[in-house]
Design a binder for this molecule. Sequence first.
Ligand code: PLP
Length: 476
Amino acid sequence: MTIDSITHSVPSTVGSSKFSEAELQQKAKDHLWMHFSRQSVMEDGPGVPIIVKGEGHHIWDSTGKKYFDGLSGLFVVNAGHGRRRLAEVAAKQAEELAFFPLWSYAHPSAIELADRLASYAPGDLNRVFFSTGGGEAVETAFKLAKYYWKLQGRPTKHKVISRNVAYHGTPQGALAITGIPAMKEMFEPVTPGGFRVPNTNFYRAAEMGAPTEDLETFGLWAANRIEEMILFEGPETVAAVFLEPVQNSGGCFPPPPGYFKRVREICDQYDVLLVSDEVICAFGRIGEFFACDAYDYVPDMITCAKGMTSGYSPIGATIISDRIYEPFKHGNTSFYHGYTFGGHPVSAAVALANLDIFEEEKLNENVRLNSPAFRATLEKLNDLPIVGDVRGAGYFFGIELVKDKVTKETFNDDESERLLRGFLSKALFDAGLYCRADDRGDPVIQLAPPLTIGQPEFDEIEQTLRSVLTEAWTRL
Ligand code: PLP
């Protein structure tokens, strides 16, 4: 055996793993079940992209290739990758107290974080119930809404209203609130009581039979569909309405002016709780700690997760108004609900340090200042025949793709499959931009980069999208 062949037979390892690329791919093929993914891509194809490193708004794969993280992982890494300070806080907390539950006991980091979140939350939202992620935060809000009305002597108020195509998580209660039939039909019957109303997709207003003359009229129409559903079902049966400030699924639908004002009025009129699902929109995505502030409404509960730690450790929270908390203040009433890892000490400590970074680096201000430039840069893509609509808010934008710009004709299932799965996702990734090509509604490309970026990075995103979308059009 020559020296050379000896060198070659020693596998070079990937990142901090002790295994080589080929070994990891084989182990993934043999054992890893990816989320929301076709396993066949891994089973039959060359393998799965293995991401090994992140720094700022960049990530690197196991072959050393660098990518722009245009989705902050999954709407998570808001402060950017590679923050040593957050890693050090995690290590320090793990050393001091790695774990203790919030079941009748507490620890300093959860207490401090609850206090901090309450200080950011609007109105009388002062009570924080921790979980480990967004779906659990939604599940918590759903159960609490039902329980609250029972405690008020109104036990038939148990139904929940949400919007068409909205995603609210995968637990069976959260799934009942999720408005994407294709994501739940295989699990039916899910928790009963979920009802759907139209979303605020102004671009598709005509197809919904909604007014198209101006945004305000459309917004009022959309909000009034909630009232209509409450009346259809009977106000005495409806517990809560779950809405994202800007709806993610379907491609970033901001609320039209006046929408949330009218929704709040409706909820007050019929004694229905308003839950602001801010799993994506909180922590700077829309330029505020809580996005309800950007749209000037005070919900009864906020659900949040993802950006709270910028992903350096998992956590979720449901933030609850004094009014809803009130019956739990006295006597024997307790909320029989919880999660072993809810409010985990390491995650809570990391969240506090992450929020310090937000304050010190003025990340919310950065988003508010630069969002118009981000939008204007993406809107340059409107000159491409495949781009139908550019919409969103903050650092959260969707680009809807169409077959015909004038008629707004969308792609059929087959074309969508070829375009999004067959070409776009991979082509964008190959071009060095990690983002999302999504077809849970009409086909869209979604962008939600770290909140640290500015004009040079907006230009880079636009240039990459321009070349890949131009190529996509020629393939139709
Ligand atoms: N709610 C909304 C609005 C979300 O976007 C998500 C996830 O993307 C969830 C809930 C579920 O969060 P998780 O995946 O942390 O359970």
